[in-house]
Design a protein around this ligand. Structure first.
Ligand code: SOE
Length: 395
């Protein structure tokens, strides 16, 4: 088959804010760098406001736009629905799209509740019987260094895993005057640091370790309980009720927990938006009997490896620059040492999704994987609400 005669996969995306921009970039660039079996076409963008959606479609490279996502999912030229909206709408859109026979890529966390995630997973299973695929967007799996870490653990380079230490540290709401945006509203976001960034480290830790959490004990807190309402002037979409108007923060600012892994290891997690000075420090350290791995997203092209089988006189953590053609995803990009960024993780995500669809394979992470993360989030919230009581995670 020539490049030009490949079948087209029409993409329809819902939402055009931060994640919509990141996904648009991925859809725009994926075909230029990866040799895909199908050609993705950016068919249409959906959003509620006509003017803003039209302008976003134009800026982000979408051919057309819709002001109702229901129209999008019934278009014959759309084969994939990419959901980039806040969590409160994921279930409705994803289930309708899957039932309409569209493949679905859904941003994380999969849903706002376990019940929604169960319904979405059931819809994905129904659709799978007809060759329709669903994937949840845990993009950090597609950081080359973390994909390499997974390969190394799977090859046994770390031996038996004893510790998994995961942190996701941000500081964007340290200022108590930072407005009450949707990510601080439980109705829209489900939870705060827990679901937004805790979900990422739960998925990444389990993915790299190849293991699952079985139970947790947690602490959560909301340090700043009221914030200025997000006014229209701030471009944040909520109604302004005067300069001094404040609203209640209904989500956690920080979530910390310890957990047990089914393979016998112990794990600790810290997700916070109050780690002053840490911008996007998504960190993972894994200690095994034969070695350790350490990663920090703020240096995302690097992976630290300690090989415990080496001569102890010269052993030490070594820094692997994960840009060699032999490294995951790297061959498609630049010569070694020419670094990748945050946006590339989304390009890798859509590449893997398109390949799975074309190859009739199940993409990972599946909705069932997203549901399992949702169960961990729920167990963490339950434990924290009950003074840290040990809480098992439903298998
Ligand atoms: C905001 O906290 C956020 O953008 C998350 O929603 C993303 O998933 C994460 O990658 C970066 O931080």
């Amino acid at each position: 088959m020539t490049h030009a005669s490949r079948p087209t996969l029409g993409v329809g995306m819902v939402g055009y804010a931060f994640m919509g921009r990141a996904h648009s970039h991925a859809w725009r660039s994926v075909g230029a760098f990866f040799d895909l079996p199908c050609a993705p076409a950016m068919v249409a963008l959906a959003g509620r406001s006509r003017d803003q959606t039209e302008a976003a479609a134009d800026r982000l490279g979408w051919e057309t736009f819709e002001t109702d996502w229901r129209k999008l999912i019934h278009r014959d030229d759309v084969h994939i629905i990419d959901i980039c909206t806040p969590g409160d709408t994921h279930a409705e859109i994803a289930i309708a799209a899957l039932d309409a026979g569209k493949h679905v890529l859904c941003e994380k966390p999969l849903a706002n509740t376990v019940e929604q995630a169960v319904a979405m997973t059931e819809a994905a299973e129904r659709a799978r019987a007809n060759g329709v695929r669903a994937m949840v967007g845990f993009n950090y799996r597609r950081v080359p260094a973390l994909a390499l870490a997974r390969e190394m653990v799977a090859e046994g380079r770390l031996g038996t895993i004893r510790h998994v230490r995961a942190q996701y540290l941000q500081d964007w709401i340290v200022d108590p005057e930072f407005p009450l945006v949707w990510r601080l509203d439980a109705d829209k976001a489900g939870s705060g640091a827990l679901g937004d960034i805790g979900a990422h480290i739960i998925d990444a830790a389990q993915f790299v370790a190849g293991d699952r959490l079985t139970g947790v004990s947690a602490l959560m807190d909301t340090f700043v309980k009221e914030r200025p309402l997000a006014g229209a002037s701030a471009g944040l979409g909520a109604a302004a009720a005067g300069d001094s108007a404040r609203g209640t923060v209904t989500v956690d600012d920080a979530a910390l927990f310890i957990g047990r892994l089914s393979g016998g290891g112990l794990a600790s997690f810290e997700a916070t938006r109050f780690a002053t000075g840490r911008k996007n420090a998504m960190r993972l350290e894994i200690n095994g009997s034969d070695g350790s791995l350490a990663f920090d997203f703020e240096s995302m092209n690097e992976l630290s490896f300690y090989d415990n089988t080496e001569d102890p006189r010269t052993a030490g953590f070594r820094r692997i620059l994960v840009t060699e053609p032999v490294h995951p995803y790297a061959a498609a990009w630049w010569p070694a040492g020419h670094l990748l960024g945050y946006e590339h993780t989304f390009t890798h995500e859509v590449k893997d999704f398109v390949e799975a669809i074309a190859g009739g394979a199940d993409p990972a992470p599946s909705f069932a994987d997203g549901l399992q993360v949702q169960r961990v989030l729920a167990a963490v919230a339950r434990s924290a609400a009950d003074r840290g009581t040990w809480t098992d995670i439903e298998a």
